[in-house]
Design a protein around this ligand. Structure first.
Ligand SMILES: C[S@@+](CC[C@H](N)C(=O)[O-])C[C@H]1O[C@@H](n2cnc3c(N)ncnc32)[C@H](O)[C@@H]1O
Length: 239
């Protein structure tokens, strides 16, 4: 278990952000652009006059994709670049440096699956959200094949015990890391949202289509399958 998560993100964050540069070389950029970004943009909806906070923003791609009223972002580690209009702060999601009720919409992409604790960050997001404010969370799906082995024929064998939480080191894109990844049963996410005051409006999963992926990335060492979802999304409103 990582003692101080900021160490791993300060050390490997720059290489992670190179993985998601859109130059066609890295499959992580493709997965972000085809799977993650369109779903997040759709779930967030019109935010052109809203105060939007991106928690665990990484390189801040969200604000390339959205037109917002006011843009706020934080991360444990500083990015190489951030758009000028974004109010970026280095901060832990457990102690957000904004006041109560300040945000209309909060987004957190692929961050909670790297957080040892769920309720702390979700409660902080609830604190800085106005009543009736919205939260959009994306995750590497708990049943993604980090939990099992994919065969050449697309078959999937579960090798981990999915009934209880566990953590283990992973390399993102099989290249960058190690990062401590926190597996949790899907219901742990739902229960943590409910216990911190968030009402679930909608949940969506995203499954990859392996055919175009394999044509684009024939050298990829990860075998993709459409049998398990790759990302999952929660769209919530603060009660
Ligand atoms: C997998 S990256 C995702 C980055 C970005 N949201 C994206 O979609 O590309 C996870 C990010 O969460 C940040 N992070 C992890 N734990 C955090 C915490 N407790 N508080 C704030 N940021 C955190 C990391 O520094 C990293 O930038």
């Amino acid at each position: 278990m990582a003692d101080d998560p900021s160490k791993q993100w300060n050390q490997h964050g720059p290489d992670y952000r190179k993985l998601i540069v859109k130059d066609g070389r890295e499959s992580s950029a493709y997965l972000r652009d085809v799977g993650l970004k369109p779903m997040v943009v759709d779930l967030v909806g019109d935010c052109s006059t809203a105060s939007v906070l991106d928690v665990g923003t990484g390189g801040g791609w969200l604000f390339d994709a959205l037109v917002v009223g006011r843009a706020h972002a934080c991360d444990l580690a500083p990015p190489e670049r951030m758009l000028d209009h974004v109010d970026f702060r280095i901060a832990d999601a457990h102690a957000l440096p904004w006041g109560d009720d300040e945000m209309d919409i909060i987004v957190s992409n692929l961050m909670l699956c790297y957080s040892r604790d769920l309720k702390g960050p979700l409660a902080e997001m609830a604190r800085v959200s106005r009543s009736g404010g919205r939260l959009v969370v994306s995750l590497v799906h708990p049943y993604f094949y980090r939990t099992g082995d994919v065969g050449r024929d697309g078959s999937m064998t579960i090798v981990r015990d999915l009934s209880r939480p566990s953590s283990f080191p992973i390399n993102i894109g099989n290249k960058v890391g190690p990062f401590e990844y926190y597996y949790r049963p899907y219901t742990d996410y739902l229960n943590a949202l409910l216990k911190t005051g968030w009402c679930l409006d909608e949940a969506r999963d995203w499954f990859i289509d392996p055919e175009p992926y394999e044509q684009l990335y024939p050298q990829d060492t990860v075998i993709r399958t459409s049998k398990v979802p790759l990302f999952t999304f929660f769209s919530c409103t603060l009660a």
